[in-house]
Design a protein around this ligand. Sequence first.
Ligand code: ZN
Length: 321
Amino acid sequence: MQTYMPIGYKMVDGKIQIDKEKSKTVKRIFSEYLKGKSLLAIAKELSQKEVTNANNKINWTHCAIGRILENTKYMGDEAYPELIDKVTFDNVQTKRNQKKNQLWRKANRKKGKCLFANKIYCGECGEPYRKYTEHSGKACEKNRWKCKKYIFKNRVLCRNLFYTDEELRKVFISTANKLIKNQRLLDKPYKKEPPKISKELLEIENQITRLEEDEEFSSQELANLIFKRAELTYSTSQIDGYEVQTQKVKEMLVGQDLLTEFDEDLFKGIIDKIIIYQDGKVETQFINGLKISEILEYKRKDEKNGCSEKDSGNHTAANEI
Ligand SMILES: [Zn+2]
């Protein structure tokens, strides 16, 4: 029975009462938490000091501390006398929510890092971009995306430009907005190609049928045609793939307002890769192969006093497509 009663209470003559000794532990947990200790730190400390829990064991976990901190019975109800006043209890809940939000934001920042990984490529040497978090150089060079070959065998090999997360996000916002404003861009490419190929394919089908009907066909000729048919079917299916991908992009953009801030889901849904060029051109390739370029204000990464931050956020759009 005692197991189900929260620590700090005891049963006396069929009534729940405060357990003087153990209620000190509960109060201590609430006050330590408000002082800024983590659940784990509190659990470790209680174990070290051999404080016993509800089951009279010295076995504290951060989960157990968490359960105590959120148990509303401590504020008192019909069955339980008040052990923790409402203000203290509420303060603890507020603090826990703040911490949860912090953790969530931290996790999201990590997600942001993974978001661009393997999506950014160097247009000069074809290598993927990497986020360099540590560099012995100037502070402004930290946390920038640089070509994987920027430093190769301790030498600067690729001199392509660096970008921050923020700059890459802005590129996406600007590029996505171009497409949102002008969704006809998605209809352009596949209008020309497929009819021609279907026609060619149809012709080959006819030839194959004719040859098969003709009893004296050359098997070599038939084999060639069948091979050609396979080739055409393959490229047609690639175009189907294109259409499927284009359809996906279109679906993602249905009812989409112009972006004012970075939209991670949209980025994941419609972007294949971003290619960086040394002249400041940044080319965004969508999952269906459509490319839209931006020219970012040209900047040299290796300039002597190139630490100025004026470069960030000064995008000039490329000529309208
Ligand atoms: Zn490179």
